[in-house]
Design a protein around this ligand. Sequence first.
Ligand SMILES: [Zn+2]
Length: 200
Amino acid sequence: MTQPERAGAPASVDADGWLSTATRLPSPNFEARPGAIEPTLIVVHNISLPPDDFGGDAIRDFFQNRLDHDAHPYFEQLRGVRVSAHFVVRRDGAIEQYVSCNERAWHAGVSSFRGRERCNDFSIGIELEGSDRFPFEHAQYDALHVLVDALTTRYPIDALAGHSDIAPGRKTDPGPHFDWRRLQRASGLAPCFFPYLDPA
Ligand SMILES: [Zn+2]
């Protein structure tokens, strides 16, 4: 008998770079990682479209280049913008995957980590559905923990960072409400995985 999926149930990433428990919603916005390098960094973001508006299909539509730009005034500025992330964690903890982790998604933009530019080349991008103005949901932390566990098992990940850490002055997400220490505790990862978090 098949067990229903539970929050916190283990997940794994297959050889093609897809998470076993994610809903697959392939985005055309990706390319090969240069030199076929393996990802070593996880970048945490937040996103909501329009900002502070949760639920709905706009994030999915945006990452799949099918957003109805006339549906909301904010969407006008997104016309022609081509972006993606590997994962979106919805408010209820459901995980969507848009790009294989083996490929290069377009989430970080101009960025630098430990002196290394173009973080998209060597990172996995996770978007939490949310904004800088509101706390994230417990279910999102649970899902993120499962996701980070699966990613660190499959890839030689050695650090996690926020978008604001690798693009300071340009980006503010995941924002002041994201609890890095909670993620660190849940993940069981050593403090060295969190170079932007002050030691407790
Ligand atoms: Zn971001």
